[in-house]
Design a protein around this ligand. Structure first.
Ligand SMILES: CC(C)(COP(=O)(O)OP(=O)(O)OC[C@H]1O[C@@H](n2cnc3c(N)ncnc32)[C@H](O)[C@@H]1OP(=O)(O)O)[C@@H](O)C(=O)NCCC(=O)NCCS
Length: 154
């Protein structure tokens, strides 16, 4: 497979709301409202964006309380750019950031919710697929309010 020269990929710490939703759309994830997308990006503890020719082609974020909990989320690489180790670079940079943040004698929890079938992508960085030890499976749900005001959980 012909590769994308790694020097063509530049890593930054910024993304616009439109580009964030464009990346999400490209991997069939739901659109986040403009207001919530802006809050999400601005409140990221750490944000890494892969750009090619000035265009975002991948991203990963960490949300954190800055103390004990670090959650890696919004890990996306555009389909045309997948398989060129951009995802690896994004996760490596995020983990590197956390490693540097942890001081002598400290322990923090780093977690993420792997998309279905993506477990082996993350296991190579040391993540354990749950259930693991006394850790049960990860759990999540959607909470939505529809246009009639009814709250729906899925
Ligand atoms: C998952 C994703 C971020 C990986 O990004 P990527 O840039 O294509 O990954 P890389 O090129 O760095 O792949 C690194 C290695 O992981 C492997 N890998 C990539 N995608 C994988 C997958 N879905 N499942 C298992 N292994 C995978 C690759 O084969 C590669 O192995 P190699 O080093 O032996 O060649 C990307 O496929 C993506 O955005 N998918 C859609 C959105 C998504 O599911 N995000 C994750 C949500 S938790």
């Amino acid at each position: 497979m012909e590769g994308i020269p790694s020097e063509e990929i530049v890593y930054t710490n910024n993304i616009s709301v439109n580009n964030y939703n464009a990346l999400r759309k490209a991997v069939s994830w739901i659109k986040v409202t403009e207001k919530r997308a802006s809050i999400a990006i601005n409140n990221s503890h750490y944000l890494c964006v892969a750009e090619c020719g000035g265009k975002p082609v991948g991203m990963a974020r960490i949300v954190s309380d800055g103390g004990y909990t670090y959650f890696i989320t919004d890990v996306i690489v555009l389909p045309d750019y997948q398989g060129y180790h951009i995802g690896t670079e994004l996760i490596s940079r995020a983990i590197d950031y956390i490693r540097k943040d942890v001081l002598d004698g400290e322990t923090v929890m780093v977690s993420l919710m792997a998309a279905y079938g993506r477990e082996s992508f993350y296991e190579r960085f040391g993540f354990h697929t749950r259930p693991y030890g006394n850790h049960g499976p990860g759990m999540s749900m959607w909470v939505s309010r529809d246009i009639t005001g009814s709250v729906i959980t899925l």
